[in-house]
Design a binder for this molecule. Sequence first.
Ligand SMILES: C[S@@+](CC[C@H](N)C(=O)[O-])C[C@H]1O[C@@H](n2cnc3c(N)ncnc32)[C@H](O)[C@@H]1O
Length: 262
Amino acid sequence: MQNEETDYDVTHINFLETLWGEGYLSPGGANEVELIIGEVDLNQKKILDFGCGCGGALFHIAEKYSVSELIGVDIEASVIRRAVYLAAKRSFEQVAKFKLIERGQLPFVDSSFDVVFTKDALIHVSDKKRIFAQLFRVLKPGGHLIAGDWMTWNRGYRTADMQDYLDAEGLDFHMSSLSSYNRDLNEVGFVSVCLQDRQEWYLSKATKELNSLKNELNKEIVGILGHKEAQRQIKVWEKMIVVLESGEHRPGHFSATKPLIA
Ligand SMILES: C[S@@+](CC[C@H](N)C(=O)[O-])C[C@H]1O[C@@H](n2cnc3c(N)ncnc32)[C@H](O)[C@@H]1O
C-alpha cells in the first residue's frame, strides 16, 4: 500500500497527544465525542470511525457503550500502528479493530454499519460529496452519520489571515462550511441533517491551549519537537486564534440519517 507524505508522523502524534490526550489527534477528548454522539443509540451497534487517527474516540465509545463492533479506518500507517498499540494496552483489541485504507476507498460492502462516526478527518478530504456518498453506501438504511470537523464561515471567500494560518499549519486542509455540508449531505440522500457550530467553544479552548504551549507544557513540547518546531507550533496557534476570533475558522458538528427507503 502506498501512502504519500505523512501529515501525522510519530513526532507530530506525540505532540498532539501531549496537548489533547492519549489517542486523540483532535481537541475536546471524551466531551466532544459525547456531544457528537448526542442522542444516537450506540448499544449493540456496529460502528465505523472514518479517519480514526490513534483511536481515542473509539476507546471512549468502547468504554462507555455496549457496542457490537468498532472499526477504525485511516490512510496513515503511523496512526494505525499507534491505535493498535493503544487498543492492546487498554485491552480493547477484541472490540476495536483498526484498518489502513487507501485514500478514497472504503473497503466494506454496502449497508455494513449502523453508525459512521468521524471527527476532524473530513477537513483532509477535498471531494466532500464523493466521501459522503461512500459513507452513505456503507451505512445501513436508518443508520446515522455523526461528525465533527473544522470548517470555515459561509461567506464564500478566504481572507489573508486564513491563508496565513493555513500556510503556517502546512497540513492538507480543505475547509468546508456548515451550509455547504448541509447541501452536500442532502444531495447525497441523507435526511434529518442537524448542524451545530462549535466556534465559541474552540476559541476559548484554543486560547488556553496556546497559553499552556507557552507555559506549563512548553518544556515537554520542546523535548518532543525541539525548540525551533515548538516555536513554530506556537506561531501556528497564534495565527489560528486570529481566524477563530474573526469567525472564519468554525469547528462544528453535524448528524444525518440514511433514510429507511432510499
Ligand atoms: C485531525 S486527525 C483526527 C483523528 C481522530 N479522528 C481524532 O479525532 O483523534 C485526522 C485524521 O484523518 C486521517 N485522514 C486524512 N485523510 C483521510 C482519508 N481520505 N481517509 C481516511 N482518513 C483520512 C488522517 O490520517 C488523520 O489520522
